[in-house]
Design a protein around this ligand. Structure first.
Ligand code: DQA
Length: 147
């Protein structure tokens, strides 16, 4: 099982950006947490971040045939990007959408997600733990599909 974990714009600023919303833990700590969750799930994978919409589209396209699952926190592109939605639909890889914060409890514009239309599941407001849940969900799904 090979899982690609994609983080969108400004997530590299974790620990510095809006600590009242995102906490004080850093992006490096998130990476370490996600890698530990991959190991726990018996999965392999990559944790990757970009601030660029096109780079995220390229990364999703390159996942075709190479990954069994995608965990994505598209960050601000969640609410704007038809291109990321279309890329996820194009590759058809089971995807879980994750948000650190509870986007439904924030500004109105954060309530709509294009990416949700291609995701099996969306996890919001659980902090780092949301990534772990997403990885375990994808690992279980892959196990079920094997049978
Ligand atoms: C976010 C929520 C988005 O609305 C925001 O633009 C982000 C992070 C989250 O993880 O809570 O950058 O995806």
């Amino acid at each position: 099982m090979n899982i690609l974990v994609i983080n969108g714009p400004n997530l590299n600023m974790l620990g510095i950006r809006e600590p009242d919303v995102y906490g004080r833990t850093t992006y490096e700590e998130l990476e370490a947490f996600v890698k530990a969750a991959l190991t726990e799930a018996g999965a392999q994978g990559e944790v990757w971040q970009s601030n660029y919409e096109g780079a995220i589209v390229d990364k999703i396209q390159a996942a075709y045939g190479n990954y069994d699952g995608i965990v994505i926190n598209p960050a601000a592109y969640t609410h704007t990007s038809v291109a990321i939605l279309d890329a996820l639909k194009a590759v058809g890889i089971p995807t879980v959408e994750v948000h650190l914060s509870d986007v439904d409890a924030r500004e109105e514009f954060r309530r709509h997600s294009f990416v949700s239309l291609a995701a099996e599941k969306t996890i919001k407001g659980k902090g780092f733990e949301g990534y772990r849940e997403a990885i375990l969900y994808l690992a279980e799904l892959a196990e079920k599909n094997k049978k």
